[in-house]
Design a protein around this ligand. Structure first.
Ligand code: THU
Length: 131
């Protein structure tokens, strides 16, 4: 599947217009290409109870399921200047769960695979019985 990184980044920048980040004042926008060929987006949504804030990746994963499910093929995350951001550790785990094989991320150090940004990840397979 062809990945249009410029389109993903533009979608992520557009998504952060809908961020709710009155506490950190650090809006984040994300976008991903799914294996169904759709581009989905998300933005961070904070809370007066600070620890309850939702990262942009949380709304992206909700959007993935709201629009019919599937797997993530490519992902981009940006700050309000449109600069690439690394997904936080928790969000790498969130993305890992829903990755397509070989999922790619646009990062501060170039295009990386999900396995490069979350090596030796804990995942669904670790819950299988081992004999
Ligand atoms: N944030 C995200 O939305 N995604 C990340 O991967 C990194 C951090 C948000 C959380 C919080 O609303 C703001 O950035 C500042 O930490």
């Amino acid at each position: 599947m062809d990945i249009n990184w410029a389109e993903l980044k533009t979608a992520a920048i557009k998504a952060l217009e809908n961020s709710y980040a009155p506490y950190s004042k650090f809006p984040v926008g994300v976008a991903a290409l799914t294996d169904r060929g759709d581009v989905i987006t998300g933005a961070n949504v904070e809370n007066a109870s600070y620890g309850l804030g939702l990262c942009a990746e949380c709304s992206l994963v909700s959007e993935l399921f709201r629009t019919g499910g599937g797997k993530l093929v490519a992902f981009a995350c940006v700050d309000k200047h449109g600069n690439e951001l690394m997904p936080c550790g928790r969000c790498r785990q969130l993305l890992y769960e829903h990755r397509a094989p070989g999922m790619l991320l646009s990062t501060v150090s170039g295009i990386k695979t999900i396995d490069e940004v979350l090596p030796d990840a804990f995942g669904p397979d670790d819950l299988l019985e081992r004999n």
